[in-house]
Design a protein around this ligand. Structure first.
Ligand code: AMP
Length: 381
């Protein structure tokens, strides 16, 4: 019997949560689901993947495999995802058989930077200036309008700085276009930001929302290096970031989580605004890993609660926190990291070590002071 996708159902503990994607976000979602008494069924591509190692059941197949998707739908009560690039056709196919949260309409926006920015504008949320460019001539013309420096990006499937070309004062449009190596692009005006923040908001099907506080993110080589809580930003900037995230979650009608990455300008614009949306992700986010150790309810548990219709958990942290990503060989330093008895170490079970690959993270906690940002290392400067 097919399960109605329309119904406002509660999925109680004991239900089977289907998770599309088998990376570390799926792993931590499955662990949080298990804590609440749920069973999980991961749909991914490898039996060795981080989430495959901790789930009750596993389907290894391509996301386009309709037979595998149909079997998966039969085996689970509700579906969520840890990767926003699941084909929307596959999501729609699943949604005919089982509730899928978030749904295909949300992914259609989140999969394409042009759609994201157009959607943000329709909600009155500012982004940096941008233009669609589909060849070197269009790029050249757009550079005249937007100015330099600028950032050329692939509209789809870019992450951690992949699919991005920085265009400084002298780089030729032709050279930048060749470096992108894509048939379509988006040119963004460079934002000379004061800092980067993100907000993760959870939303249930009935519209109830809960947001974690804005956190400050420091990137190295376009990859998130550390997340700092509290952000140390003035309350009015935090309120602006929070309002942007809530508005987007509501207007997108997200059920689950929405992570919103934003730039904070050095000075307010002509309308008094300090925040520019950069991108959104309708899933758990790297900048929310600190919530596992510093909140009563982590972003992963919050996702399970939102998707299953349970009451949402506390989002006010009980500690200040710094989360440091462990990239590539960093994770081999686990023995040293564990010398600090209060370090909260998380390793994702990946065996293939590659430079820049997210292998784990470590969270350091401090009693809430909350006067300023809790910074480590280079971020202290
Ligand atoms: P993204 O994949 O868009 O999140 O970009 C990764 C990182 O590159 C961001 O977190 C920023 O640190 C930097 N970046 C991306 N786009 C811009 C921009 N338009 N202006 C300034 N920095 C940017």
């Amino acid at each position: 019997m097919s399960k109605s996708p329309q119904s406002f159902l509660l999925f109680p503990p004991g239900s089977v949560l289907g998770i599309l994607g088998d990376g570390q976000l799926g792993r931590m979602t499955a662990l949080a689901a298990a804590r609440l008494g749920y069973r999980t069924h991961v749909f991914g591509t490898s039996a060795e993947a981080p989430a495959a190692q901790v789930t009750n059941a596993l389907t290894c197949a391509a996301f386009e495999d309709r037979e595998a998707l149909a079997r998966f739908a039969e085996a689970v009560d509700v579906v969520t995802l840890e990767w926003e690039n699941v084909p929307t056709d596959s999501l729609a196919f699943l949604a005919e058989r089982v509730p899928v949260r978030p749904g295909a309409s949300v992914l259609r926006v989140a999969q394409d930077r042009r759609e994201e920015k157009t959607f943000a504008a329709s909600c009155g949320v500012p982004t940096t200036d941008w233009e669609s460019v589909n060849n070197a001539q269009e790029l050249d013309a757009a550079l005249v309008r937007l100015g330099r420096p600028a950032v050329l990006k692939t509209p789809r499937l870019g992450y951690d700085g992949k699919g991005q070309v920085f265009i400084g004062p002298t780089k030729a449009a032709e050279e930048a276009w060749q470096a992108l190596g894509s048939s379509e692009g988006i040119l963004e005006a460079f934002v000379d930001f004061a800092c980067e923040v993100s907000v993760i908001v959870a939303r249930r099907e009935d519209g109830v929302m809960a947001a974690y506080p804005p956190v400050r993110n420091i990137h190295r080589n376009h990859i998130l290096a550390t997340t700092h809580v509290p952000s140390g930003l003035p309350p009015e900037v935090e309120a602006e970031a929070d309002a942007v995230a809530r508005r987007l979650a509501e207007r997108l009608d997200v059920v689950g989580l929405l992570a919103v990455e934003m730039f904070v300008l050095k000075a307010p614009d002509s309308e008094g605004r300090r925040v520019r949306m950069n991108e959104i992700a309708p899933r758990p986010h790297n900048s929310g890993h600190w919530t596992i150790d510093a909140c009563a309810c982590s972003q992963f548990e919050q996702l399970v609660r939102a998707v299953c219709g349970l009451p949402l958990g506390e989002t006010v942290p009980h500690h200040d926190a710094v989360m440091e990503n462990l990239l590539g060989e960093d994770a081999n330093g686990w023995a040293t990291l564990l010398q600090d008895p209060s370090a909260c170490l998380h390793l994702y079970g990946k065996t293939d070590v590659r430079a820049g690959r997210k292998m784990g993270h470590v969270t350091h906690l401090a009693p809430r002071l909350s006067g300023g940002p809790f910074l480590l290392g280079e971020a202290k400067a």
